[in-house]
Every structure is written in C-alpha cells, then in structure tokens.
Ligand binder design. Structure first.
Ligand SMILES: NC(=O)c1ccc[n+]([C@@H]2O[C@H](COP(=O)([O-])OP(=O)(O)OC[C@H]3O[C@@H](n4cnc5c(N)ncnc54)[C@H](O)[C@@H]3O)[C@@H](O)[C@H]2O)c1
Length: 273
C-alpha cells in the first residue's frame, strides 16, 4: 500500500544512494515523490531511477531551503562535509542516516545549518514496513521536525527519541534488527533441515512462519510473551522447545549480548573508533 505525503521536499539532495538510502528513495518514489525533485550524488554516476538527476560529485550550488540526506558511509563524513557545507545556509535541512555519528559531530561539520536531524531507518522501509528512529535538539525548529516526520511516515513506524544517549541502542534494535532476524530465519530453516526436512521446503516454511508470527504479534492485543504461551500446550511439543530456549536464560542472554555488542560498536564509532 502506498501512502500520500502532502508536502514532499521541493529539493532533495541525497549524498550516497546504496542499500539503505536506495530503499528509502524507492519507497518515496513509489509513494509519489516527484523524481525531478531529487538529485543523487554518487561517485559512480550510475542512474538510480527514471527522472532522478545523478551527479558524480557535489552540485555547484544548492537551492535555498533544500533537504539533504546523508546516506554514504559514516567514515566518509570527513570527506563529504567540507565539500557540502559551503553549499548550505541556515535554511538547509540535513537528515543523517550515518550510524554511530552523533548530532554534535554533524553540527560541527555544518555550523550554519539550524535543522540537523539524525534518522535511523532499517531496510524494510523499502516496502513501507520499516522503522525509523529520529533525534534532534532544540536548535531544529518544529516545522523542520514536522517535515522530517512527514517524509519518514511512508517508510513505516517513525518514532522520536528524547535522549540521544539511547540512539545507538535504538540502532542496535531496529537498525541492525533485520539482520538478526534474517539470521534467525536462516537458522530456523537449517534446524528444520537437520531434522530431515527438504532444504527448499524448510526455507519457505521458516520465512512464512516468521512473517505470520510477526503479523499476528503486530495485530494482537496480547504481548508476544503471552502469544508464545498460547502456542505451547501444557506438556506438549512447544513447551519442550521453549524450555530449551529459556534454560539459563539462553535466548535472553543471546539477544542481550547481541544488542549490547552492536550498541557498543556504535558508541566506539562515535568516539572515532
Ligand atoms: N544498511 C542498513 O541496513 C543501514 C541501516 C541504517 C543506517 N545505515 C547507514 O546508511 C549508510 C549507508 O549504508 P549502506 O548500507 O547503504 O552502504 P552502501 O555501501 O550500500 O551505500 C553507500 C553509498 O555511498 C556512496 N558513496 C561513497 N562515497 C561517497 C561520496 N564521497 N559521496 C557520495 N556518495 C558516496 C557509495 O557509492 C554507496 O552507494 C551508512 O552510513 C549506514 O550507517 C545503513
């Protein structure tokens, strides 16, 4: 299903358009963002989508009040920002999806820009079922916040956080989360294979089971913990399986360790590591 956005940015400059920014752009175009509003800067100069202008380097100038999406790798900020900052003015709006890159680091690179927003999307934004975490500070005006929120709305669930120190935790959960779930689906299928199920059938069933369970959890008034109990008949098969997951808090410790490692990597990147 597409979603109507009443006020698309009149000028959107995307610096980098790989896996993540590419998914965002694909969804925006599918929801009606006029392609002629978009310029992509990518070193390859390769076409992105019909009607979207692609440049191999920064444009000579930027329209007043343009929106910029920083979508290259975080370590490229030091190369990109000195070439981009002279094109910006106070009314430019900057959205950054760079992981492990705090607002202070962005503000240091673009001191004249008032509206600077950290946005952390995840890959399912391409099908409108993503999650986008948002953070900014008091210097970004309400109109710029509202515009960012409207732009993120067609991508899925968009939520602001008030405390930047939680941004890398949010990134670990929802930004990195699809990778952890893809790994879970793969592991579920392989475990089925190990019990003798045909490889392709196990793969199909693992994906459909996770999709069905996620849809049900999203629609149900019951918590996932309660839903798990509804699957498990007392003395039955599921309970035996859950007992293995729950023994010594195995699953809880695995997920806690996984998120902590991802979060800590973001914190280290923010310190320049
Ligand atoms: N992949 C994800 O799931 C995900 C989720 C949230 C945030 N992010 C963030 O998105 C950003 C991009 O990650 P990705 O996975 O899309 O990587 P990617 O390698 O697919 O995309 C990066 C793009 O930047 C381009 N690029 C390189 N140097 C450039 C330059 N000097 N100027 C302009 N463009 C340049 C590359 O050509 C490439 O297309 C990162 O900052 C990452 O932290 C990624």
């Amino acid at each position: 299903m597409t979603q109507t956005v009443t006020a698309w940015p009149e000028r959107l400059l995307m610096v980098g358009c790989g896996n993540m920014a590419g998914q965002m752009l694909a969804r925006w175009l599918a929801c009606g963002l006029p392609p002629e509003n978009v310029t992509v800067v990518r070193p390859s100069g390769r076409a992105v989508a019909p009607g979207v202008t692609v440049l191999a380097d920064m444009p000579a100038a930027l329209t007043h009040g343009a929106t910029i999406l920083l979508g290259m790798k975080p370590y490229q900020l030091g190369d990109v920002a000195p070439r981009l900052a002279p094109l910006c003015d106070a009314d430019t709006r900057i959205l950054s999806i760079l992981a492990g890159t705090p607002l202070a680091a962005l503000r240091a690179q673009f001191p004249q820009v008032d509206a600077v927003i950290e946005a952390m999307p995840n890959l399912p934004v391409g099908i409108g079922e993503g999650v986008v975490g948002l953070y900014t500070d008091g210097r970004t005006e309400a109109t710029a916040r509202a515009a960012a929120e409207a732009l993120m709305a067609p991508l899925g669930l968009a939520e602001w956080i008030a405390d930047e120190s939680l941004f890398n935790a949010l990134t670990a959960l929802s930004g990195c989360g699809p990778a952890f779930l893809f790994r879970f689906i793969d592991t579920l299928a392989r475990a089925g294979e190990a019990l003798g199920l045909p490889v392709d059938q196990a793969a199909r069933m693992a994906i459909a089971t996770v999709r069905g369970a996620a849809s049900m959890a999203a629609r149900s008034g019951d918590s996932p913990a309660r839903l798990a109990d509804q699957v498990a008949s007392p003395g039955g098969m599921t309970r035996e399986g859950l007992n293995v997951m729950d023994a010594d808090d195995r699953m809880a410790r695995l997920m806690a360790d996984t998120l902590r490692a991802a979060r800590d990597r973001g914190d280290a990147m923010a310190r320049g590591g």
